[in-house]
Design a protein. Structure first.
Ligand code: ATP
Length: 682
């Protein structure tokens, strides 16, 4: 087909879609009429209905509801396809003929599948269908794809990409070497959105392999900034929902996201791909649930900002101590110690009966299958049995409570918190645990949960069939140890150690120690930022593994000022300038909440939005945020103010600056007053 013919073919497909939509609409109408008639009939018959009639009416109601839902879903998909029916085509000649089918068939690939009524039109395949994988994996020539029934070999004779919007073909590109790059470049040049986009039309080969991985029990995606980790994780979910549609539903998946704004930012992609959004939870919310909301604790961001201010070396020491894999090992050693020493039985005297200490101790030891703190009722009942047999009668209430008290007295501490505190005494490092104002430090939250799991037991989340953890670098080994015990499901874990905002964060090796069965994949190509921005960021923090996108734009500007007033004035000017640009989103990213508030009041009157820990939505326009909060997000333009030597000194400041700069897609400006930070080249 020539381009002209492709355009007429598109018209044919659009007609077919229109026809399909009309069919669905008339079907829905017929259906609602039937439903109304049935309702009326049931109403008229209501007085004479018995139980069996009611059950049958209920079932019929459910059937109508289900069919109504199917209709809505089908209409949504067809409407979506009418805007853009497909984005790719491969002509594939399969080895060995199948029946009377011609050997070479065009395979059109779209966001959803569609079978036209007109026999001269070809089916559109869902991008997740087995045959579609060839579009991502091969250029022209030999190709193959895997089906549940086995491998299919053949040749790709033609490969095309299309950009179709509002039913109009904006361009069509015939395949030759590197064509993928051309389309990708066009996509990446577009302006940002307040929501993450789907990338089905330009998924890259290495990304496709991750998305379609069906086997890894734990898949760790370690990718440089802007390499598409989050996008891939979400497309992977869409793929798994398609591939295992009878086994797994959206509600069976859980994503642990860094904050609500991020959750809102990614919330568009799955619905765009025709899947329901998946449940999401933040680490703090999870922690609150696991501790039955009985403890007040510092949030992760409060911990980050306390470390950024770094005034208290003992706080940092506590944090560092609890951030290692050795800490998990020490806690495990402590549980062995408790097993042997926590309960020290004494002889129990009930009336004339003496229960020997050895008997009690033995009963306690025999209950090892139960968590330590859950054994007492069973030991008590063994002791009661012993006394009952000796006395030859039932025990009184007073005797029973005497036994219980004697048992409680045999162990020193009886609550999880007391036992957790005891861990530091056991280590002779009482100084490593503080709970000022009865508020737990964030670094103690997951160790306490881990103790709770080990000492009291906790039911795992069996209903979660796949767990996704984003920004893995900011979670510590003890957090992973908790996740491992609570989520037996398969997992996708993603992150980038260069972007750690947590001072003592996890390296991939730490995480590997917790998940020895994990497969680790690395992504080196960065897609988000222009070549100029990426190289600017690489001067701040070198990463020889990162490959910048060959997409060019303005060189980032570093602007120094003598006074803060001058810097403030420049910020106002830059925001004003942005309002006349064709970009959608500008972020002013600050190191601390105090700086963010200052910029907010400075720009009072302009249409700006301050993101805080409490924010739940991401908005278009000018956004002011702290860098830890902007993790995972992206903007057309970024301004990083106050980048002076005073504010950006330490290695963790270097990371923050790196994260801030890598949020920019098209333009970046860094400003400072006085001396510039050493992380910015002069
Ligand atoms: N194959 C692709 N086609 C088109 N755009 C892509 C592709 N891969 C990534 N992108 C784009 O690159 C940008 C970065 O993607 P994403 O946010 O998923 O990366 P990330 O690795 O999670 O980033 P970070 O760790 O820096 O937050 C997004 O705009 C995404 O749409």
């Amino acid at each position: 087909m020539t381009e002209e013919e492709e355009r007429s073919y598109l018209d044919l497909i659009l007609q077919q879609l229109e026809w399909a939509l009309r069919e669905i609409n008339s079907e829905t109408k017929r259906f609602s009429k039937e439903f109304r008639e049935e309702q009326r009939y049931l109403y008229d018959q209501r007085s004479g209905m018995d139980e069996a009639d009611l059950v049958s009416a209920g079932q019929s109601h459910k059937r109508f509801a289900f069919q109504g839902q199917v209709g809505i879903e089908a209409r949504r998909k067809i409407t979506k396809l009418s805007e853009s029916p497909y984005f790719g085509r491969i002509d594939f000649t399969r080895e060995g003929a199948i029946g009377s089918l011609p050997k070479c068939l065009p395979i059109y690939i779209g966001v959803h599948s569609f079978i036209p009524q007109d026999s001269s039109a070809y089916p559109i395949y869902d991008w997740r269908a087995p045959v579609s994988s060839m579009f991502y994996d091969f250029e022209l020539g030999e190709a193959w794809y895997q089906t549940p029934a086995g491998k299919v070999n053949g040749r790709i004779e033609l490969r095309r990409q299309y950009r179709i919007r509002q039913g109009r073909m904006e361009y069509m590109i015939e395949n030759s070497v590197n064509i993928q790059d051309d389309v990708l470049q066009k996509e990446l040049r577009l302006s940002s959105d307040d929501k993450m986009k789907n990338i089905v039309a330009t998924i890259q080969r290495d990304q496709n392999a991750i998305i379609r991985n069906e086997t890894s029990p734990v898949l760790i995606i370690q990718g440089v900034a802007g390499s598409g980790k989050t996008s891939i994780a979400i497309h992977r979910i869409a793929f798994l929902l398609y591939r295992f549609k009878d086994e797994i539903r959206s509600s069976d998946i859980l994503i642990i996201s860094p904050n609500k704004v991020f959750a809102d930012y990614i919330s568009n992609v799955l619905p765009e791909l025709g899947e329901a959004n998946i449940p999401e939870i933040g680490m703090e919310e999870l922690a609150g649930d696991l501790l039955d909301n009985r403890f007040r604790f510092q949030t992760f961001l409060q911990q980050v900002f306390t470390t950024i201010n770094a005034q208290d070396p003992s706080f940092l020491e506590r944090l560092q101590f609890k951030s290692t894999a050795d800490f998990v090992r020490d806690l495990n050693r402590y549980f062995v110690h408790l097993e042997n020493h926590w309960f020290s039985a004494a002889t129990i005297q009930v009336g004339r009966v003496t229960v020997p200490a050895a008997f009690v101790q033995e009963k306690f030891r025999a209950l090892q299958r139960l968590p330590l703190l859950n054994r007492m009722p069973e030991v008590a009942s063994e002791v009661q049995q012993y006394v009952r047999t000796a006395l030859g009668r039932k025990l009184s209430g007073a005797e029973k409570s005497q036994i219980r008290e004697a048992l409680v007295g045999a162990s020193e501490r009886a609550t999880v918190l007391e036992l957790y505190r005891g861990f530091y005494q056991w280590l002779h490092r009482d100084d490593l645990f503080e709970m000022p104002g009865n508020v737990l430090e964030y670094a103690d939250v997951f160790p306490l949960i881990y103790c709770k799991i080990r000492l009291e037991g906790m039911e795992p989340y069996h209903h979660v069939k796949h767990l996704v953890v984003d920004e893995m670098q900011d979670y510590t080994p003890i957090q992973y140890a908790v996740l491992l015990r609570l989520f037996p499901a398969k997992k996708t874990i993603l992150g980038d150690t260069s972007q750690a905002v947590n001072l003592y964060s996890s390296s991939a090796t730490d995480i590997e120690k917790v998940f020895p069965q994990a497969d680790i994949v690395k992504l080196h190509q960065s897609y988000r930022s222009t070549w100029e921005i990426t190289h600017f960021a690489l001067h701040i923090k070198a990463n020889p593994e990162l490959i910048a996108m060959e997409r060019h734009g303005l060189v980032p500007e570093v602007k120094g000022f003598h006074t803060t007033d001058e810097e403030d004035e420049e910020l106002r000017r830059l925001v004003e300038q942005f309002s006349h640009s064709n970009h959608q989103m500008l972020a002013i990213l600050c190191k601390t909440p105090t700086q963010a508030k200052k910029v907010h009041s400075l720009l009072e009157g302009s249409n700006v939005y301050l993101l805080t820990e409490e924010s739940t939505h991401f908005k278009e326009g000018v956004v002011i945020a702290t860098i830890p909060l902007a993790k995972g997000l992206e903007f057309d333009e970024v301004i990083v103010p106050f980048a002076s030597a005073e504010h950006y000194q330490s290695e963790s400041d270097r990371n923050l600056l790196y994260v801030a700069c890598t949020r920019a897609m098209h333009e970046l400006t860094v400003t400072f007053t006085g001396e510039r930070t050493r992380f910015l080249a002069a």
